[in-house]
Design a protein around this ligand. Structure first.
Ligand code: ADP
Ligand code: MG
Length: 544
């Protein structure tokens, strides 16, 4: 057994590495810089945690998620790893205590916020330590192309300058080509090894059905799949119990699982499921974490998941053996209402609401579902999957390139700072006070989309989002950003097919794309970005 594998077992209790983990660890142990792109939940942390445990010295982990640092460090402590964190949520005394512990040399992993990393006192601390690795988590934050840009991240080039012999590993779940280049350039990585594990699960067939006659539909679904193992995810504990009861009454061998059961009971039901004793389980999202059953043939969502990340995680439990597996999501508005109530009682309301809206849009869309899913995670699928309910029953489409170009050109001219509502008002030439007071009537694309009704523009923007040409920055007031594919459309390098709207009488007229318009748009775009970059580098100097 390799040292890495022994550490995996000893500290984390796992027997096998996930795809790419071992390769990444090997490369880091050889002292190489690395860029790792892996889906959320793919297991990025272990890629730097295991090298940290094997190597002498301390690994410094930069993460923007202050709220998560404490959890991670506590998790490591529980596994017997000495770790600590430093960020602005701690008092001066707490920070001083941590600093002292660090200089004593027992800590293997030190998590810091980017602000902390850039402080002078931390720099002097770094000089005294034997740092064996810098891990930059959520590395897409470094790029203005990503939708989570953090100015502090843009200053981290100093690490490689001041500590040229310490390897740097950058990790993220979302990075298109441009963002990847940005990460490498801005961190100054030297011949980095690139590891990219795709989100794509081509063996999963994605299907959405209206949330009515659910029980009848499920019975029909099961009849076509005798003896197959599957999970039915429900929103409430009560629903898991009720549904499994109904299934049993219909002669189906099913059980239920939720966090309200005793630990022994949960373990027993999980065992029964894994051993195919009871092949069908009705469960809340408490079920599945860490369950490694390769032959789950289907996953049904009895209720709408709260966001696309959860949906992806949960359907991901099907077909781990790579063989075909089916997924079915029941979509009903009553579930949306339930989620909204939950969200109102939680922190981070705005983002959660936006994410809920996004999964509704996924369900409503008439666009290849796999395409939407991959776009959501920043990957682009060129061809339709021909394996989802939309592809099997495709809608009528027309060439919507001009429509898209009008919108994209306006997005660029508005510096990727406005949400869809304002954008549509600008292209439709609205004389609303909010538009005029900001001077938006002076931008070149003001009024170019007058011929299309406001609600139709909304539909088109949604399609363009689902097609992956634009993205929404939830934490910047839902500002619209253009993706790499969107830029190709703007520059006339790619065509866009849009789905016919019910309100459309005939296909809109398609005019040739003007070369001059293209160049102008390109220059405008790069000018805007140049300015943004300049502004960032002018802010405070990089220490020291
Ligand atoms: P990411 O940062 O990529 O979103 P994490 O590093 O948080 O993902 O890991 C997600 C989950 O997967 C964690 O619960 C982790 O313990 C688990 N995990 C990671 N690697 C493995 C592995 N090799 N075997 C089993 N579970 C793993
Ligand atoms: Mg992570």
């Amino acid at each position: 057994m390799t040292t890495a594998k022994r550490a995996l077992k000893k500290y984390f209790g796992y027997d096998h590495f996930r795809p790419l983990q071992e390769e990444v660890i090997k490369s880091v142990l050889q002292g190489e810089d690395a860029l790792v792109i892996m889906p959320t939940g793919g297991g990025k942390s272990i890629c730097y945690q295991i090298p940290a445990l094997i190597m002498e010295g301390v690994t410094v982990v930069v993460s923007p998620l202050i709220a998560l640092m404490k959890d991670q460090v506590e998790g490591l402590h529980a596994n017997g790893v000495d770790a600590a964190f430093l960020n602005s949520s701690q008092s001066a005394k707490q920070q001083a205590d941590v600093m002292e512990r660090i200089t004593e040399g027992s800590i293997k992993l030190l998590y810091v916020s980017p602000e902390k990393l850039l402080s002078h006192e931390f720099y002097y601390l770094l000089l005294q330590l034997k740092v064996n690795l810098f891990a930059i988590d959520e590395a897409h934050c470094i790029s203005v192309w990503g939708h989570d840009f953090r100015p502090e991240y843009a200053k981290m080039a100093y690490l490689k300058k001041q500590f040229p012999h310490v390897p740097v590993i950058a990790l993220t779940a979302t990075a298109d080509n441009l963002t990847q280049k940005d990460i490498v350039n801005q961190l100054g990585l030297v011949n980095p090894k690139k590891f990219n594990s795709s989100f794509d699960r081509p063996n999963l067939s994605l299907n959405v059905a209206p949330g009515k006659d659910k029980f009848k539909t499920i019975l029909g679904f099961l009849r076509q799949r005798p003896h197959q193992a599957g999970i039915i995810y429900c929103l409430s504990r009560k629903a898991t119990e009720g549904l499994s009861e109904k299934l049993k009454n219909a002669g189906v061998n099913a059980s239920y699982y939720h966090a309200g059961l005793s630990a022994e009971e949960r373990a027993r039901r999980q065992e029964d499921f894994i051993n195919d004793e009871v092949p069908i389980i009705c469960a809340t999202i408490a079920f599945g974490m860490g369950i490694d059953k390769s032959n789950v043939r289907w996953v049904i969502h009895y209720n709408l998941p709260r966001n696309i990340e959860s949906y992806y995680q949960e359907i991901g439990r099907a077909g781990r053996d790579g063989l075909k597996a089916d997924t079915l999501l029941f979509y009903s508005f009553s579930d949306v209402i339930v989620h909204r109530k939950f969200i109102e009682e939680s922190a981070q309301k705005e983002v959660s609401h936006a994410k809920l809206e996004r999964i509704q849009q996924f369900c409503d869309a008439q666009i290849c579902r796999r395409k939407i899913l991959l776009n959501y995670f920043g990957e682009h699928l060129e061809e339709n999957c021909n394996n989802c309910d939309v592809c099997k029953n495709p809608p009528r489409v027309f060439d919507g390139t001009i429509i898209a170009q009008k919108a994209f050109s306006a997005i660029v001219r508005l510096k990727e700072k406005v949400p869809a509502g304002i954008l549509i008002d600008v292209i439709r030439g609205s004389s609303r006070q909010e538009i005029l007071s900001k001077g938006y009537q002076k931008i070149k694309t003001y009024g170019v989309g007058k011929d299309i009704a406001h609600q139709d523009w909304q539909q088109y923007m949604l399609q363009l989002l689902n097609l992956g040409f634009i993205s929404v920055a939830y934490d910047e007031g839902n500002a619209l950003k253009l993706t790499a594919q969107g830029r190709e459309v703007l520059f006339g390098e790619r065509l866009v097919n849009l789905v016919h709207l019910a309100s459309m009488k005939s296909d809109p007229e398609v005019k040739p794309i003007l070369k001059t318009g293209k160049q102008e748009a390109r220059e405008g775009l790069f000018e805007a970005l140049r300015k943004l970059r300049l502004q960032i580098s002018r802010e405070e100097n990089i220490p020291p």
